[in-house]
Design a protein around this ligand. Structure first.
Ligand code: CP
Ligand code: NVA
Length: 312
């Protein structure tokens, strides 16, 4: 049973296959052609953290594929009152066809997947946000920037940075991550990415120098300085991230045709300036829409795997 918990578990070909499916279904969707790729399938969507894009894109996506989404906020299900992840998984996965979870530690989603009878998709954990990266790469492909790609990630060494590490090291592009001191990426995840990079040819650089990282980059990206669950550290983080705002000065150091990406929600005046996010270089709303399309590609791909297993 294949789950989609991190890009670490996927080959370059598999990632590109899912994206190809996503592009194909996107064109159909734009023409209002809705094929029943997943007829009568139910997607359980468990949320232990807030969401705008993840919830709307998964719920809309599964509906457009011929199925239905169940929004399960942990405040409303017994998980929030202490029912174990393993029991929740064994119950829900007997009733639905696929599960998406947004939670805290990656170990929680792994625990759920271990007990699940159906594919589990990571809708964000403290460590990773793989579905976001699929939408980001689809946006990069659409912008025609997937050849000679150089991505500069400026900001926190968080779940987004880790997912960029996985994507770059699997697909083999150049990634430069610049974080403030003490906000570096997780060392184990970095080492794993460097291992994958040996095979893919990815060039990965880690520094505390955003200006160096952004030089001639073709994609500039960042994320909030205060992730969900870090609200108490807000004041300290704002001080520590001084100099890491992606503003016009920063974008001017990137390549002329560079684009700006942000998973959203964005905090203007902190990690990105108003001018940059509202500029013509910013593709953040196309990127947000691509959550819908990329995730449809992922769901259909996983569902195809399940169907193939059944016929074996
Ligand atoms: N980018 C993203 O995952 O957005 P939401 O938190 O709104 O789902
Ligand atoms: N790093 C952010 C991403 C939000 C989509 C967080 O985890 O809150």
């Amino acid at each position: 049973m294949r789950h989609f918990l991190t890009l670490k578990d996927y080959t370059k070909n598999e990632i590109l296959e899912m994206l190809e499916l996503a592009s194909k279904i996107k064109i159909e969707t734009k023409n209002r052609i809705f094929k029943d790729y997943m007829p009568k399938c139910t997607l359980g969507m468990i949320f232990e953290k807030s969401s705008t894009r993840t919830r709307v894109s998964f719920e809309t996506g599964i509906y457009q594929l011929g199925g239905i989404g169940l929004f399960l906020s942990s405040n409303d299900i017994q998980l929030g009152r202490g029912e174990p992840m393993s029991d929740t998984s064994r119950v829900i996965s007997r009733m639905v066809d696929m599960v998406m979870i947004r939670t805290f530690e990656q170990s929680k989603i792994e625990e759920f997947a271990k007990h699940s009878k159906v594919p589990v998709i990571n809708g964000l954990t403290n460590e990773y946000h793989p579905v976001q990266l699929m939408a980001d790469y689809l946006t990069i492909q659409e912008a025609g920037l997937d050849k000679d790609l150089v991505v500069a990630y400026i900001g926190d060494g968080n779940n987004l940075a880790h997912s960029w590490l996985m994507l770059a090291s699997k697909l083999g592009f150049e990634l430069r991550i610049a974080t403030p001191k003490n906000y570096e990426v997780n060392q184990d995840i970095l080492e794993q990415a460097l291992e994958f990079a040996k095979e893919s040819g990815a060039k990965i650089t880690i520094s505390n120098d955003p200006k160096e990282a952004v030089k001639q980059a073709t994609v500039v990206t960042t994320d909030t300085w205060v992730s969900m669950g870090q609200e108490d550290e807000k004041e300290k983080r704002i001080k520590d991230f001084a100099g890491y705002i992606v503003d016009n000065d920063m974008m001017n150091m990137a390549a002329n045709n560079a684009i700006f990406l942000h998973c959203l929600p964005a905090y203007r005046g902190y990690e990105v300036s108003e001018e940059v996010i509202e500029s013509s270089q910013s593709l953040v709303f196309q990127e947000a829409e691509n959550r819908l399309h990329a995730q449809k590609g992922i769901m259909v791909w996983l569902n195809n795997q399940v169907n193939q297993e059944k016929t074996k």
